[in-house]
Each structure stands twice: as C-alpha cells, then as structure tokens.
Design a protein around this ligand. Structure first.
Ligand code: F6P
Length: 556
C-alpha cells in the first residue's frame, strides 16, 4: 500500500465492510456453541489468558483482519517503532517507551545511539536517590525524615503513576515496603486540589516532586509555585533544595525554576507524555513510595509484553489481536465506545489512565499524511471496577447501546477474605460476577424464556435482553507489580496497533493546543482587567458576558 493511500481504500477494508452483513446475521449465542471456534479464540501468555470468543467475529473475520494488518504494514510499523524510527512524524520523534523497560544489556538505537544505557543511568540514579530518602539519609531542612511525597503533574505526568500507585496500594508486598510513607498527587490547577493534597501534611517531612515533560505546562507550574511558597513560608527559601526535586526532559527550565538539576531525573523526547509512566515520571515517585525493587518488577512485567508484541505471530499476539478487534468494532460494526471493567478495586484508575492513552493517541481526524479520514478513528473509553459499574451504567450496556467491554479478572485476590460460615470467599463472589456478565451480554434473554418463566406478558419486552453484545475477558494470575506492568503494556500496544491500522499518528496531540492558547488569551485579559481595569475585549458576546460576570462577582 502506497504511504498516501488511505486504509479505507484497500481491498481488505472493503472485504471487511462486505463481511459485516454476514456477521450481523449471526448471534453470539450460536457462535459460542462452536467449541472449536471458542478454543481457537483463547490465547495464553506469561500467565495471562485472553478469551475473545465473545466478539462478534468468526474465524473468517479474524483472517480478514489479518489481511487488513498485512495491507496496513502492521508488522513493519511495529518494527519501525521498536527500531527507534521517527514514526511520530509531525513532531519528528521516535516512539520508544519500550526502551524504558528493556533489560540493562538490551540495545535499542535511536538516532545512532543506544538509548538503553541512558535509561539505566537514570534508573540507577532513581534507585540511589530513593533509597537515600527512604532510609532517612536524605533529610529535610530541619533534619526530619521525608516520609511524605507530593507528585505534581497532569495528564501523562499524573494518570499513569496514579494508576500504578492505586494498583499497588493494596498489594501485600508493596504495602510492606511502603510502611509509614505516603504518596499523594496534585494535578488539577483548582485550588481545591491543592488544599486537599496538602491537608494534614507537614512541609518539614514532605518532598515535592514536580513532574513535567516540558516544564511549561501551566497547571503544573502554577501548582509547583504554590507548593514552593508553602515550603518557603514554613521553612525559608533554602529549604527548596532539600524539599523539591523534578522529573523532566527540560533540565534548563528545572534549574531556572530553582531546583538543582542534580536533583532532577531526566527522560527524553522519544517518550510520549501518556506513555511515560515507565520513565522517571512514574518510576521515581513510585520508587520513593514502594522501593525501587518493587517498581523494577513492574518494568519487567511491561517488558515481557513488549517482547511478546514484537515477536509473537499475530495469531497468538495479545495486543495485536485486541487492537484488530477494536478496529473491527469501531470501524466496521460501528460501536464507537469501549467499557473497561476490571473486577478488582485495585484497578480503579485503569480506565482514567487508558482514557488518556487511547483518546489522546487515536482521537485524530486525518491520516499520518494529513489526509482527512473518511471514517472515524479512536474509541470513547470509560469504565469502572465491577461490581460497582453493574449498579451504575451496565443497564445501558445490557439493554441500551452496544458497547464492547473489556472484562479484567484476577485469579488471586490481593486481599483475600474468607468469612466463617460463607461457602464462597468474597473474591469468589466478585469473580462470580466477572464470569456471569460476559455471558449475560452475549446470550441475553429471549421472550420465549421469559414466557416459560411465566413473566406477565406486559413485562416481557421490558425484561427481554437481545444479547449479542461483544466483550473480551482477560484473566490475570494476580495483581502484583509485575502483572500491573503487563496490563499496562497490553493496553499501550493495543492502542498503537489500532492507530497503525487506521493509518494515523497515534503519538502527537495537536488537539489539546487550541484550548490552551485560548486560555492564555483569557488569562491575559483577566490580569489586565484586575490590574488596570481594562474592559474584556476580543471575545464573542457570550464569552465576554461570562468573563465580565465572573470578574464582577468575584470582586464583591
Ligand atoms: O494535555 C496535553 C499534554 O501535553 C499531555 O500529552 C501531557 O501528558 C500533559 O499535557 C502534561 O505535559 P507535561 O508533562 O509537559 O507537563
């Protein structure tokens, strides 16, 4: 396929379009009765089991998706990513988050340089520094140990680390190593978030980590200045050196802010913000909380999937299969959303993180060559742990719109509870729902079944479930740091696969710029109005009225 050809112009895309009618005639009830099909839709790798038999897809569909992958040059694109080519063409950057979790002796070249040695230089520095803080050999300005950490950052400099922190918070090994320590995140520029974050903290025992790839993000820099003031007003200006450190690609700006670059942890422009949790962005604050050895396991889990993604044939390749099926659901079956439904509370921040990874990556309107797409790319991601979600939005998923679901279950609970006299453990209860929901969605309930149950006729249509609603089930052996790393990498690669097939650039994010620059204009006007009494100008009637009202009311 010529690089400027849109994927929708290719024969495999057209074949899949034509194939939709056949699939729409089938029902998951029937598809699931074919055991051979179900068996061939089970994939196992490194303790993870993926079951995609509840997709509205046959073996023929899968074959056609592989043909689509072939014409989209999926394998070549994966290789280009792993080889450090500048596949983020609009920013002229490599996309090498896989290098962040490569073993020390691996060689991954970008622009003629082995980036793995740079990665390990920073990891070694993180290990050393975090051990000093954790052991109490690095102390605050008044000689007290720094037991509390506030990580300031937003978007990719926040969501991934929060997801991992939330997942580890209830893991026994991580709990043990985090004893007596606290990690908090400050993301929103809303002063409420500042107040909430520092409530109960003592500047004397707090280390503030400013996390920003660019070190220019308005929200993060304002929050960083606010917490610098919090430290300085309590401990004096010289305390900044002991209480503030940074993670950034822009060490010059770190220094300008007043943080010693020796106390900064670097990463590189080939790490996209939303793919940065395995860089110092996540590894540093998480190592302060849990110790480097725990976080190293997280990196190893991600690396296991990186290798799988790179070398496994597509038939057995978990992220590739998931990515292709997502494209099938979005672009052919017309299901624009995806529900992420982990049956473990420890993954409550998975969906918010994947929202950014997926929607900032694949929410694009043009191909990588700048040609407007004649189809809609990207998925609308949302989710909530089960069983909570069941009592919230599952009604719509069962009887309203069709939303493909990711069910994620864990064999061994992080915190098992066996109540005396109960036959099933609390975890069994949770997992009963994990096993039941995909079948409820797939099979539904027919009017005939309801009539056999003597349901009054006037309720039959209300109680009917059409079924035929697709899902995948992912079963993890447990949820330790290693498994969390695996899960993260599965999603990251799945999203890249989708973008590679759609032929878009999944690694830039121009869509966030317009709002930022308009906010800058508003900020200037707010300042001019407050300091010089200048009238609000340059906006439409509506915005002018709103800003003016805000200024008047907040001055009262
Ligand atoms: O929201 C846009 C964005 O650029 C994200 O891609 C990024 O993760 C976030 O802002 C934070 O950026 P930085 O790490 O440079 O502060």
């Amino acid at each position: 396929m010529a690089s400027s050809t849109l994927i929708s112009d290719t024969q495999p895309w057209k074949d899949l379009k034509a194939h939709v009618d056949d699939i729409k005639k089938s029902h998951l009830r029937d598809l699931l009765s074919n055991e051979e099909r179900s068996r061939s839709m089970l994939v196992e790798f490194d303790g993870i089991l993926l079951d995609y038999s509840r997709q509205q897809a046959t073996l023929e569909t899968r074959e056609k998706l592989f043909q689509l992958a072939e014409v989209a040059s999926l394998k070549q694109k994966i290789n280009q990513m792993y080889n450090g080519e500048h596949i983020n063409s609009t920013e002229n950057r490599a996309v090498l988050h896989v290098a962040l979790r490569a073993p020390r002796d691996a060689v991954i070249q970008s622009d003629g340089k082995n980036v793995v040695s740079d990665v390990w230089n920073v990891l070694d520095k993180i290990k050393e520094f975090s051990e000093r803080v954790r052991s109490g050999s690095w102390v605050g300005a008044t000689g007290k140990e720094l037991k509390d950490v506030v990580a300031i950052g937003i978007g990719g400099s926040f969501l991934g680390p929060l997801f991992v922190h939330t997942a580890l918070q209830t893991d026994p090994e991580a709990i043990e190593s985090a004893k007596g320590r606290q990690l908090r995140f400050l993301a929103n520029v809303d002063p409420i978030d500042v107040a909430k974050t520092i409530r109960g903290l003592n500047p004397e025992t707090t280390l503030v980590v400013v996390v920003s790839k660019t070190f220019t993000t308005a929200e993060t820099m304002l929050n960083a200045r606010t917490l610098r003031e919090w430290i300085v007003s309590a401990l004096g200006p010289s305390a900044v050196a002991k209480h503030m450190v940074a993670v950034s690609t822009n060490l010059a700006l770190v220094e300008k802010f007043g943080i010693d670059p020796n106390n900064a942890f670097a990463f590189w422009d080939w790490v996209g913000g939303r793919y940065s949790v395995c860089s110092a962005v996540g590894v540093f604050p998480l190592s302060l909380q849990y110790g480097f050895s725990v976080i190293e396991k997280f990196l190893k889990g991600a690396n296991s999937i990186d290798q799988h993604m790179y070398s496994e044939p597509f038939e057995r390749n978990i992220p590739v299969l998931l990515g292709l099926l997502s494209v099938w659901n979005v672009s052919f079956l017309g299901y624009p959303a995806r529900a992420i439904l982990p049956y473990t509370q420890a993954l409550e921040k998975l969906a918010p993180h994947i929202q950014q990874v997926s929607m900032e990556s694949n929410g694009k309107g043009v191909s990588i060559d700048g040609v407007p797409l004649p189809f809609e790319a990207g998925e609308i991601d949302f989710g909530e742990p089960g069983t909570n979600g069941q009592h919230s939005f599952y009604q719509l998923i069962h009887q309203g719109r069709v939303i493909p679901c990711d069910f994620i279950g864990v064999v061994k609970s992080q915190q098992p509870v066996y109540l005396k006299g109960e036959v099933v453990s609390n975890h069994d209860e949770l997992m009963s729902n994990f096993f039941a929901q995909p079948d409820a969605l797939a099979y539904g309930k027919t009017p005939q079944q309801l009539q056999n149950e003597n349901v009054p006729q006037h309720l039959v249509s209300h109680k009917t479930f059409l079924g035929n609603r697709p899902s995948v089930s992912i079963l993890l052996p447990s949820l330790n740091a290693y498994n969390v790393g695996q899960l993260l990498a599965i999603y990251e690669h799945r999203i890249a696969v989708e973008g590679f097939i759609w032929g878009i650039n999944s690694f830039d994010q121009w869509g966030v710029e317009l709002g930022k620059s308009l906010a800058t204009q508003v900020r200037k006007q707010l300042n001019a109005s407050r300091t010089k009494g200048e009238p609000i100008q340059g906006f439409n009637f509506s915005t002018t009225t709103l800003i003016t009202r805000y200024l008047q009311a907040s001055a009262d």
